[in-house]
Design a protein around this ligand. Sequence first.
Ligand code: SAM
Length: 284
Amino acid sequence: MDRIYEDTKFLMKKYGITANKKLGQNFLIDENVIDTIANASEISKEDFVIEIGPGLGTLTDKLLQKAGKVVAIELDERMITILKDRFFMYDNFEIINEDVLKVDLEKLIKENKENLKLKNAKIVANLPYYITTPIIMKLLEEKLDIESITVMIQREVADRLTAIPGEKESGAITYTVYYYATSEEVLTVPNNSFIPEPEVESEVIRLDLRKEPPIKIKDEKKFFALIKAAFMQRRKTFLNAIGNSGLDISKEKMEQILQELNIDTKIRGEALTIEQFAKIVERI
Ligand code: SAM
C-alpha cells in the first residue's frame, strides 16, 4: 500500500486537493486492488477504454500501459490539471471534463474504434458512489457497443446488480443487468483501501454484455415499467403493487393473468423470475 499511498498524499499536497465528498471522491491507495481491477478488465492494446472518474489518475496509470487508447471522463476541474501534468507523455490519452451522464458515449466509442481501428470498447472505473445506479443504467440502456464493464461500487449495490432475478437481493436493476449482461463479483475491498475511507464496503464487479438477451421480449419498455412498478412497493404483493402503480392494467385483469400462468396471486414482485415477468407482459 505504501508507494501508492505516498504518491496520493504527495499529489494531494502538491495541488492542494481535499477530497470533495459530494463528488464521491475516495481515492484508491491499495496497489493490489488497482492491479485486480486492471487485470479483471483484461484490456489489451486492441482495446478502447473509457475510465469514468479518474480522479488523481491512480488507476489511469495502469490502464494507459495496457490499453490502445484511454479516454478519461472527469467532472472535477481540479483533477484535469493533475491528469494533464501527469500523463502528458502519453499519446493514447484524452480527457473529457464533463459529467459522464451528459457525454454522448455512443459517438465517442464509434469515433475512437473506427479512427484507431480498435477491436473492443471497455469501461473501467472506480465509480463515484452517489451516482452508481444512473451510470450503470446509462451504460446498459443506451445499448452501447461495449464488451465489458469492470467497476468498483458499493458492496450492497454490487450484491443487487449481480443477484439472479428472483433471489432475495433482487431489485428492479437486477433484472435490467441480467437482461443486458452476465455478471461476476471479482473482489471485496476493505474501507482502508481508500483515502478518505468511504462509509460503506466496496466491491469490484465485472459485467459482460450479452450479444443476445437471455429471453425474447417484444415490448422492452412495458417489461421494464412493470418490473419497476413491482419493486416500487416491494413490501406489497405483486397484485397490490401493480394495482397502485398507475400502469394501464386493472388488478382484476392482472389477477386473471397470474391465474392463467399458474402463479400464486399472493406472490411478491421480487419472487418473480425474469421469464415470469416476460410472460405476464406478453398477456397485457
Ligand atoms: N479513479 C480514482 C481512484 O480510484 O482513486 C477516483 C475515484 S473516486 C471514487 C470517483 C471520481 O469520479 C472522482 O474523481 C470524482 O471527481 C469523479 N466524478 C464524480 N462525479 C462525476 C461525474 N458525474 N462525471 C464524471 N466524473 C465524476
